[in-house]
Design a protein around this ligand. Structure first.
Ligand code: ASP
Length: 282
């Protein structure tokens, strides 16, 4: 697997982008090929990547309809433009110029359309609170990765189709640095999943970094932020994975559906998967 090859001396940015790319192509997650549909029955993806090196480089895209490898598009924003976040048509144009644009038939299949039709039929109102809907229907698998390389560089990446039946143009936490991801050398890299509206308001990923900067250990830091979000908004809305500058890995979440995590280190020949909340990690 490409990600394992990269663990033998690769750089953190490549690792997180390749790990997320693999999950976008897989189709089982709410990202890339598996992205859920919005209120108009369209795919609209958000993604962001951050490299914690000397200038805190960030690249992000939002409301992207015709890309499978959305995290690669976010990386292009970081590396080929001097912007941080590009949305909609501008992001699609960048995708065209770099060969990432695909027709929507690559992203929307019959199963998704049938699910959409049955959900939309039962929707009480088109203005029903999307955060309530997301809780009711379940969050379906935003993907994220964090990594530390031999040179001490930290990187984080997050990619999502967002919340199901979201209002067209709605942007969640996943492309917002500090909310859906953060990476800062010597401190930590974090990736978040859950209900974006709450994660943005809590600036969850940045909050983890600030706690670690203040001397809190990584396990306590992720747990404290999840507890903080729970105290504000209730349970069932956030999951975090994180790695610190010494390579310690941690995760915390306030709902069982966010229990799927995996980790590996240089020298290991496999990725260890934790499927359930109580599975050891790492
Ligand atoms: N955080 C994503 C969003 O709100 C959804 C998710 O993580 O499942 O767009």
């Amino acid at each position: 697997m490409q990600v394992l090859r990269l663990l033998r001396g690769g750089n953190a940015l490549d690792m997180v982008v390749e790990a997320v790319t693999a999950m976008e192509i897989d189709g089982s997650y709410d990202a890339g090929k598996g992205s859920v549909l919005n209120l108009y029955g369209e795919v609209e993806q958000d993604a962001g990547v951050m490299w914690g090196g000397k200038d805190l480089s960030v690249g992000a895209v939002a409301s992207v309809k015709h890309v499978v490898n959305t995290i690669r598009l976010a990386r292009l924003v970081m590396e080929k433009t001097d912007h941080v976040l590009i949305t909609g048509d501008g992001a699609e144009e960048l995708a065209k110029q770099f060969g990432l644009w695909v027709p929507s038939t690559e992203l929307i299949n019959e199963t998704k359309i049938n699910r959409y039709k049955s959900l939309i039929r039962n929707l009480r109102s088109r203005y029903e609170k999307n955060t309530d809907l997301a809780r009711k229907l379940g969050l379906l698998g935003t993907v994220g990765a964090v990594a530390l390389d031999r040179d001490g560089n930290l990187a984080a990446a997050t990619s999502t189709g967002g919340t199901i039946l979201k209002w067209p143009g709605r942007v969640g936490d996943s492309p917002i640095p500090g909310a859906g991801y953060w990476a800062e050398n010597g401190v930590c890299a974090v990736s978040a999943t859950g209900i974006g509206e709450f994660i943005i308001r809590a600036m969850a990923s940045f909050r983890v970094a600030m706690l670690i900067k203040g001397g809190v250990g990584i396990n306590d830091a992720v747990r404290q932020v999840v507890n903080y979000v729970t105290s504000l908004f209730g349970p069932g809305n956030i999951g975090l994975i994180a790695i610190d500058g010494s390579g310690n890995v941690a995760s915390a979440f306030n709902t069982e559906v966010m229990g799927g995590r995996a980790w590996s280190r240089e020298g290991m020949d496999k990725v260890v998967v934790a499927h359930f909340p109580d599975d050891p990690f790492p």
